[in-house]
Write a protein of this length. Structure first.
Length: 171
């Protein structure tokens, strides 16, 4: 069976109360663009943003864990009402443990979407780990679900719809 043939476990998804997201390569296409003046630019997907807002309205919290630091990420998070934003992380697992304690959640209530090696420690802890179609091979092997869409091109929305779908077919 190929990695992309893995189907999500609806039972795992049903208990999700928090979706954590990496940024570069997940919420964006992974590119970092610079203007002539040196301004950094990132492209975020509107479909993903709408899905994030929809997920939060359903009662599932959303947070960000990213290795880089960017005012653009803080701005996008604010636009989407994401209050749990952890940037400039050398080790994402430390921030993961902090957010878990802060929100009084356990591993079984958290999902994560990542695309590269620094995401693997968190992916190995959560109830449901997903990655974009263009994630690194080692990450695709660790994921419970490999999206059809690439990072920054609707992968987050795919995971959001899986979570929402499992909740609507509820307990």
């Amino acid at each position: 069976m190929s990695v992309s043939a893995k189907l999500p476990n609806r039972t795992k998804l049903r208990g999700i109360k928090l979706l954590l997201l990496d940024v570069d390569g997940v919420m964006t296409d992974g590119g970092v663009y610079f203007s002539e003046r040196g301004d950094e630019l990132k492209k975020f997907n509107i479909l993903d943003g709408y899905g994030i807002a929809k997920l939060q309205k359903s009662g599932v919290k959303v947070g960000i864990l990213t290795g880089r630091s960017s005012q653009l990420v803080a701005r996008r998070a604010q636009e989407l009402g994401i209050t749990e934003v952890y940037q400039n992380l050398e080790h994402k697992l430390d921030a993961y443990e902090q957010i878990k304690l802060k929100l009084n959640l356990n591993d079984g209530e958290i999902a994560y979407v990542g695309d590269d090696e620094p995401d693997i420690p968190v992916m190995n802890k959560v109830a449901f780990a997903a990655c974009p179609a263009n994630a690194m091979v080692v990450v695709r092997r660790q994921a419970d679900f490999v999206c059809r869409n690439r990072g920054g091109e609707g992968a987050v929305r795919e995971v959001v719809e899986l979570i929402l779908g499992s909740h609507s077919h509820g307990a």
